[in-house]
Design a protein. Structure first.
Length: 310
């Protein structure tokens, strides 16, 4: 009886500890140096050298309670109720004049949708994600075909499956970048997705973690100057996931903010409401959403592109 109790306790502790997002190795980043919000804000209003195209790779629909915290005062006041909400899955094609082509997130591979089991998506994941509701407009393979030159790297806003679902179309040697502790922090939710994430990353180079250091102005948790020329800044915005990253891109047409899933929806951005059930840490997510909104308030010419809606 005592042994059974010990075994039960041991299993409970294991479950509560959860597991990491993936066991894929982590390496030092080949790109990026620590920067500051002062340096970023000094440059934001000047046009930059980057060409940026945001492509809707697939249409999908998911519960609104995942996309928005329906218990937030703004959602209650508006009377928002849970329902199926149409969203898109994006890939952003970023072209640097010297460093070449990069993707921010990956879109969706038709290969993955055609045979999800082969890529580690077991029946439970397929059911929970309702992958039958994902309809590709432009698969990752088609996005890569339309690219002028080869792909030099992928910058992930975070490692949720709908952001890495283009990997089956991406050549195996392409370098991949993530936020600090994104892959290694343990959580209960990861127990369902860990093996799928591992399988999608299998055989690829180590994930490179951005070298974030505290922002001297304390406006963000950390900022990295990706190409060390002030053209693209990776901004540490943990909350949705432990290593969520947003990007400030100085394009030839002006500054663009890619929020990643720190904000999924237009309504969430306009009402400053963070995502709901899909988010790990609502309070920290909301804090970092407010920080991004403050940045845009100070630089209103920034075009904001959200995680899953226009
Ligand atoms: Zn997400």
């Amino acid at each position: 009886m005592k042994n059974q109790y010990l075994l039960f306790t041991f299993c409970c502790v294991l479950l509560l500890q959860g597991c990491s997002a993936t066991s894929h190795p982590i390496g030092k980043p080949a790109l990026g140096k620590p920067s500051s919000s002062a340096e970023m804000e000094r440059l934001i209003d000047q046009p930059g050298p980057i060409q940026l195209e945001t492509i809707s790779s697939a249409d999908w629909s998911v519960p609104l309670a995942g996309l928005l915290n329906l218990n937030s005062p703004a959602a209650i006041e508006t009377g928002l109720k849970d329902r199926d909400e149409p969203i898109q899955i994006y890939a952003h094609v970023l072209k640097h004049p010297r460093f070449g082509n990069f993707l921010v997130d990956t879109g969706v591979s038709k290969k993955l949708l055609g045979d999800p089991g082969r890529y580690g998506m077991n029946w439970l994941i397929q059911r929970v994600m309702h992958i039958e509701k994902i309809h590709t407009d432009k698969s990752t393979a088609e996005i890569l075909q339309g690219m002028d030159g080869k792909l030099s790297g992928v910058f992930f806003t975070h490692l949720h499956l709908d952001h890495i679902s283009g990997l089956p179309d991406i050549p195996g040697e392409v370098p991949m970048y993530i936020g600090a502790t994104e892959s290694s922090t343990r959580s209960f939710k990861n127990m369902f997705t860990h093996d799928t994430t591992d399988q999608l990353l299998e055989g690829r180079p180590p994930l490179q973690e951005w070298r974030f250091q505290p922002d001297p102005q304390n406006k963000f948790e950390g900022i990295v100057d990706v190409f060390e020329d002030g053209s693209v800044f990776a901004i540490s915005v943990p909350g949705h996931t432990p290593g969520s990253v947003a990007f400030l891109v100085r394009t030839t047409h002006g500054p663009v903010l890619l929020t990643g899933d720190t904000c999924h929806t237009r309504w969430g951005w306009e009402h400053t409401v963070e995502p709901g059930d899909f988010t790990d840490d609502n309070a920290r997510n909301l804090l970092n959403l407010k920080r991004l909104k403050n940045l845009v308030a100070a630089h209103p010419q920034i075009e904001v592109r959200l995680g899953h809606q226009k």
